[in-house]
Design a protein around this ligand. Structure first.
Ligand SMILES: C[S@@+](CC[C@H](N)C(=O)[O-])C[C@H]1O[C@@H](n2cnc3c(N)ncnc32)[C@H](O)[C@@H]1O
Length: 302
């Protein structure tokens, strides 16, 4: 750079050498910043407040960002297949903006909104309207924004759906042996799923642990009175029923095998049961053997 004369040396030795900048360099590196100067791209906070108030027919959230601002960010920073994450979601302006941009440019982006279940002020219009937490406002805002986008763009076929999850401790009870009474501990741990958790809770932990996208399609069927889930078109099957008697093994296995044949998933399939559901190890081994005979080699129990 010195040879190319691109270093400016200071007159005084106390000064600092600087890099010479050319117009071309300036244009290529800072264009991004200057485009937000006009409110056309950013909107004002008042726009944000008006947008949310129009959706809820009342002033329900203070100082939401205008969707225009987040749309501009999305257009500049995201594209087909990206996930847009907002860790401080509030009224979920970002989700609204992502849906609008996808409707506009036809590309598919997805969003993850993270919001504390922060209680709304008891005297607030939001609370009086039944939104006891800010998270509830955000969820309802997404529903109403999606409905509005669909109403204004009936031909739009993009996915406007979303799932709501709440962070919680594992459904699998931690192994905490009572050294003075190991036998009782073992008996107590025969059922090692936390009491009171739903099948869905356990199912989603299963997906998380297997690194399966939480938005994969999940279908359910009742087979010999048991609810069986197919996740991701048969990549994973789960029956989390609390009791599977010896007489039900064959019908249940046959039902899963038939469904597996119907779905023809690519690659290996795994079937997961609740360990404590089987009367004993023989019953569990029977189930595993029948499934293996029909090409389902990965049978696990929780
Ligand atoms: C300024 S508001 C965001 C408003 C949002 N941009 C909108 O347009 O509606 C910040 C939000 O972050 C939430 N928040 C603060 N700390 C959080 C945390 N650690 N995890 C998740 N959400 C958090 C607050 O409850 C509040 O709703």
């Amino acid at each position: 750079m010195i040879k190319e004369g691109r270093i400016l040396f200071p007159k005084k030795s106390s000064g600092r050498p600087r890099e010479k900048k050319f117009l071309a360099d300036l244009q290529s590196s800072v264009t991004g910043f200057s485009t937000w100067l006009s409110s056309k791209e950013t909107g004002f906070t008042t726009h944000g407040t008006r947008e949310v108030s129009n959706l809820f027919n009342t002033k329900i959230f203070d100082f939401p960002k205008p969707t225009k601002l987040i749309e501009t960010i999305c257009k500049q920073a995201s594209e087909e297949g990206d996930i847009v994450l907002d860790f401080f979601a509030g009224s979920c302006t970002t989700a609204h903006a992502v849906m609008k941009v996808c409707n506009e440019d036809g590309e598919t982006r997805r969003f993850i909104m993270i919001q504390l279940p922060e209680p709304t002020d008891g005297k607030s219009l939001a609370n009086k309207a039944g939104y006891i937490t800010i998270a509830k406002i955000g969820q309802e805002r997404i529903r109403r924004a999606a409905a509005k986008i669909k109403e204004e763009n009936p031909e739009y076929e993009g996915d406007l759906g979303f799932k709501v999850f709440k962070l919680d401790s594992s459904n699998i009870r931690a192994w905490n042996p009572d050294r003075n009474d190991l036998e009782q501990t073992l008996i107590d741990h025969m059922e090692h799923l936390v009491e009171g958790r739903s099948e869905e809770d356990v199912l989603y932990e299963l997906l998380l642990k297997r690194g399966v996208d939480l938005t994969v399609p999940i279908e359910e069927k009742t087979i010999t009175g048991k609810t069986v889930y197919s996740i991701g078109y048969g990549v994973l099957f789960a029956c989390l029923d609390t009791a599977i008697s010896r007489d039900e093994i064959e019908d249940l296995a046959k039902g899963i095998i038939d469904w597996h044949k119907e779905l023809e998933p690519a690659g290996d399939t795994q079937v997961v049961f609740r360990d404590s559901a089987f009367a004993n190890d023989i019953a569990k081994t029977n189930m595993t053997a029948i499934l293996e005979q029909h090409g389902i080699a990965h049978v696990k129990s929780l």
